[in-house]
Structure formats: structure tokens, C-alpha cells
Design a protein around this ligand. Structure first.
Ligand code: PEP
Length: 250
């Protein structure tokens, strides 16, 4: 069953085994909701240990990127096949830091998504405009093109698209609620032939602003960088999402 929301924490190139065990301690009190999936996305070398320590829990584990090929002469790259073998649940592809520092193009991202689906891993596909595109009033067209070139039409597996305006990442600035709603709706319209689609928001989400972000109708979760490194805060964000969804049940 596909949950309503996904809350994922991208550790980027931070932390190691010690912090993984700290995370596990903080999340001892974690009460999973069937409505919201939780995922941590640590650096590659500790994914297998994370899968091991969370095997009896509802905590999912993801990777921050991968190659689109299943094997071959790609020094330093990691294959979706191996990630699947160690039980990886989600993989981010097309994060703006990978697009700018590691040449992950739209075509690369699209091929990666196809390989991930082939290996039963859920892709989290990042899209988002630069400050410059926003300044030129080009956000709508930029996202439309990025989505159509990065996201393959898949009808039998969950596809997660994360709208992450580059200028919002790590800056403390977020778009207005109307802007988020407009872009999420655009993404949904562009991909309306994908039956299992989740559109989540990323960019400076924290404990203070998450309530307002979750209450935007088109937001189905969050991809969180900085605030996911503070485990108590990350747990509080998850609990805020649960509280928000539970408010509809009364
Ligand atoms: C990110 O880089 O995916 C991200 C959302 O970072 P932050 O939450 O720190 O803005």
C-alpha cells in the first residue's frame, strides 16, 4: 500500500556510523504512521548497516544517487543493482548538487529512474529552478522542461518527484505557499499519466515551517537536508506531518 506522504532526510556528505547509532537511539520513541513513510538517506558506506539496524522497524533507507547502468567500467560509481541487493528502498536522482557537480543531466536522470524501477527501488527525482530562472520569471517553463526530460512515464511503480528550488536549498528561504502549490500542480499535470505519483517539497524545511508546508494541499511530503541532521528536529517534523494528517480523521 502506498502511504499518503514521504518524509526523507538527506544527510549528504555528513555523518558516519556513530551518528547512525545516535539516530537509532533518538528514533527508539518513533511511532510510525501508516500514512507517512520515513526514510533516511545517509552516505553510501553506511547504508548496509542502516538497513541492518532498522530491519525490524518501519524506517526506510535510501541512497543519494547512483549510476544508470547496472554494471561496467564506471570507477567510483554505484550500481542500482548493488543498492537493490543491500535492500535500499529509495534513491535520489537529479539532486541539484549532483546536476551541477557531477553532470547528472535530464537524460541521465531519466535512465537512472528506469534502472531503479527495474530493480524495485523507488526513485526520488529532484527538479528545481535556479535563482536566475526565478528572477527572469521562467520558473514555470524551466520546471516543465526539466520534468518532461527527467521523468519517464511509468505506470506500475511509485515515482516520487521532489520540487526543490535551488535557491531555497540550505538558504532559509522558501517559496510562498501559492508558489509551491502552483509548481506542484504543474508537475502533477505534466505527469498525469503516472498513476502512482508523489510530489514532495524540499528546500529549507524545518521544525518551524513544516506545519505550514504540509498544509499546502498539493504537498505530499518533504525532502529535508540540514534539518534532518538534527535527529530530534527530524522526528518533530515527522510527528508534525502525522498530526496534520490525523486532524482529518476527527
Ligand atoms: C536538499 O538539499 O535536498 C535540501 C532540501 O536541503 P535543505 O533542507 O538543507 O535546504
Amino acid at each position: 500500500m502506498i502511504s499518503i506522504m514521504l518524509i526523507a532526510g538527506n544527510w549528504k556528505m555528513n555523518y558516519g556510523l556513530k551518528e547512525l547509532y545516535d539516530f537509532s537511539n533518538t528514533f527508539k520513541s518513533f511511532e510510525p504512521s501508516k500514512d507517512i513513510d520515513l526514510c533516511i538517506i545517509p552516505p553510501f558506506p553506511i547504508i548496509k548497516e542502516a538497513k541492518h539496524i532498522f530491519q525490524e522497524t518501519k524506517i526506510n533507507v535510501g541512497a543519494q544517487c547512483c549510476h544508470y547502468k547496472l554494471e561496467g567500467s564506471f570507477t567510483g560509481d554505484v550500481s542500482p543493482k548493488l543498492l537493490s541487493e543491500i535492500g535500499c528502498d529509495y534513491v535520489i536522482t537529479g539532486h541539484s548538487e549532483r546536476r551541477s557537480n557531477h553532470f547528472e543531466t535530464n537524460a541521465y536522470v531519466k535512465n537512472t529512474v528506469l534502472s531503479l524501477i527495474n530493480k524495485n527501488i523507488t526513485p526520488i527525482i529532484c527538479v528545481g529552478e535556479t535563482q536566475e530562472e526565478k528572477r527572469k520569471g521562467n520558473t514555470f517553463n524551466f520546471i516543465k522542461k526539466q520534468v518532461s526530460e527527467s521523468v519517464p512515464i511509468i505506470n506500475d511503480a511509485l515515482i516520487v518527484v521532489a520540487y526543490e528550488p535551488i535557491w531555497a536549498i540550505g538558504s532559509g528561504n522558501i517559496p510562498s505557499e501559492e508558489e509551491i502549490e502552483k509548481i506542484h500542480n504543474l508537475i502533477r499535470e505534466e505527469l498525469n499519466s503516472i498513476p502512482y505519483l508523489k510530489v514532495i517539497y524540499g528546500g529549507s524545511v524545518n521544525e518551524k515551517n513544516c506545519k505550514e508546508i504540509f498544509s499546502i494541499p498539493s504537498v505530499e511530503g518533504a525532502l529535508i537536508g540540514g534539518a534532518s541532521l538534527n535527529f530530534k528536529e527530524f522526528l518533530a517534523i515527522y510527528n508534525s506531518g502525522v498530526k496534520y494528517l490525523n486532524s482529518f480523521k476527527r
